[in-house]
Design a protein around this ligand. Sequence first.
Ligand code: GDP
Length: 213
Amino acid sequence: MDPKFTRHEIETGRALFAGDWRFTAAASTPASLPKMHGTEIAFAGRSNVGKSSLINALTGRKALARTSRTPGRTQELIFFTADEKLHLVDMPGYGYAAAAKSKIAQWSELIEAYLLGRANLARVYVLVDARHGLKATDAPTFKALGNAAVSYQVVLTKADEVKPAELATRVAEVEAAMTKWPGAFPGILVTSAHTGTGMTELRAAVARLLNER
Ligand code: GDP
């Protein structure tokens, strides 16, 4: 399951996220993407997966990323930073059935332009609800990330909603299913924004990632 992190990675990860995180930019078209600066890590996932909550928990900010937006409405990439070296990118939620077709097309164009042109994008964390596991609508995301040769990894959210035995089964299922996606970084991370489970590990994983670049 979770890789073991060193004390140094855990401390570096803690320090990385301990700063004063703020909103820096929002882009709804490829032309409005901010200039590349520092290293970016992005968060993707189905609408309502808990993406805003996870970003807020990671950064220790209550309302940095806005929670409870109308699912499928936000068609923007939103950028946050604390120190200009590490940037977090909140990607639009997907998989919301009622989203207009035109919005879906816009999402694809924006995301494709972003993924293909972003040399400083170190990893995309694809969030998956621990209660439900992978859904059919996650597949196009894995495909797009693989096609763009972007490193991505699955992060389970809302682990607090699932009993430990069921959680272990879910982790095994998702890990097994992800072996079919050769672009996926091996192993998945298990988190809960509500209890803080997995925050230390996710921050340490980011510290390791930055150290490897
Ligand atoms: P987003 O649409 O992916 O940004 O999801 P949000 O962060 O807005 O969360 C969607 C819903 O899931 C909200 O009702 C949150 O309170 C709930 N939620 C988010 N994270 C957790 C979690 O770790 N545990 C539980 N139980 N609920 C969560």
